[in-house]
Design a protein around this ligand. Sequence first.
Ligand code: NDP
Length: 305
Amino acid sequence: MDKILDGKLVADEILEKIKVDLKEYIEKGYRPPGLAAVLIGDNPASKIYVSSKVKTCANLGYYSEKVEMDKNSTMAEVMSVIRNLNEREDIDGILIQLPLPDQLDESMILFSVLPEKDVDGFHPTNLGKLFIDEPNMVPCTPLGIMALLKKYNIELKGKNAVVVGRSRIVGKPLSFLLLRENATVTICHSKTQNLAEITSRADILIAAMGKKAFLSYEHIKDDAVVIDVGINRVTDLDEAKRFYPDSEKRWKSVIEKGSTLVGDVFPPAMKEKSSFYTPVPGGVGPLTIAGLMMNTFLSYTQRLK
Ligand code: NDP
C-alpha cells in the first residue's frame, strides 16, 4: 500500500470542487470572489508565495489584487490600505503576507483586518470562535491538514495526537481542530522535556517546528501517521545524501539548483516507521493554498448572503 498522503492530489480535488461550486454562482449572475494580497517589502520568499496564491486565484476564476508596498511603509500607511480593503464590496478576503518589516506591529495589522475578510484566520475573533468550538475562518495550514486526514479516512477519535510546535499559525489552531475530532491532544514546544518519550506515543504525529529533519526513529511510534509541516532548505550535498540516501534527484537538485527541501522529520525514519506520511514538498504545502481558497470562498458566500 502506498504510504504517502498526497497533499497535492487532495488540494487539487478541493480546488476542483470550489470551481464547480463557483460556476453556479457565476451562472446566477454574481460577481467572482475577490482576494487582496498585501505584500510589504521585498522578501523573495514572500513574493513567490503571493505570486502562487494570485495564480491559484486566476485558475479558479477569483478576482485577485496584489497590493505591493514599500519596505519602509509606516503603520499609518498600512492601516489606511487595510481600511480601504475592508470597505470594498468586491473584496472578500484580505491576506497580509508575513513576515512584516520590523517597524510594523504585526498583531495590530492582522487585527485590523475585518474578521469576516480574515481569510488567514488570524484575527482574535476567528481564533476565539475556534476556541469555543464554533470555527468559521480557520488558519489555512491546519484547515488543509484536517481536509487531508479526512480524505484518507485517518481515524482521530480517541487517538493520541502529538503536535510539536505551538505557533498561532499552525500548532495551536491545529491542536484545537484535532481536539474537536475527539483526539487526545498533546502540544510540545521548545521547552518540552523528554520530547521523544512523548512523541513516540503518538498515533498521529504532527511536526511543525521549522527544524531540519529533527524528529527521527526514536520520536516515531511504529505505524504512526506523520504529518510533516516543516519546510526547510538543504544546501549541503552531504546533508542531502543523509536525508535522501536513495534519491539522486534530490542530490542533483542541490548540485544544479543549489538546494532541495526537507521537513522537520528525518525522511528515512518517517518512511520506515510510519503507516502514512506527508512528503516535502507535495504534502502540506499545496493544502495551505487550498485552505486559503476555501476560506475565501466561505467569506464570499457568507458576504453574498
Ligand atoms: P514557528 O517558528 O512560529 O514555531 C515553531 C514552533 O516549534 C514553536 O512553538 C517552537 O517552540 C517549536 N520548537 C522549536 N524547536 C523545538 C524543539 N527543539 N522541540 C520542540 N519544539 C520546538 O513556526 P511555524 O509554526 O510558523 O512553522 C513551522 C514550520 O512549518 C516551518 O518550517 C514553516 O516553514 C513550516 N510551515 C509550512 C507551511 C506549509 O504550508 N507547509 C505553512 C506554515 C508553516 P516555542 O514556542 O517554545 O518557541
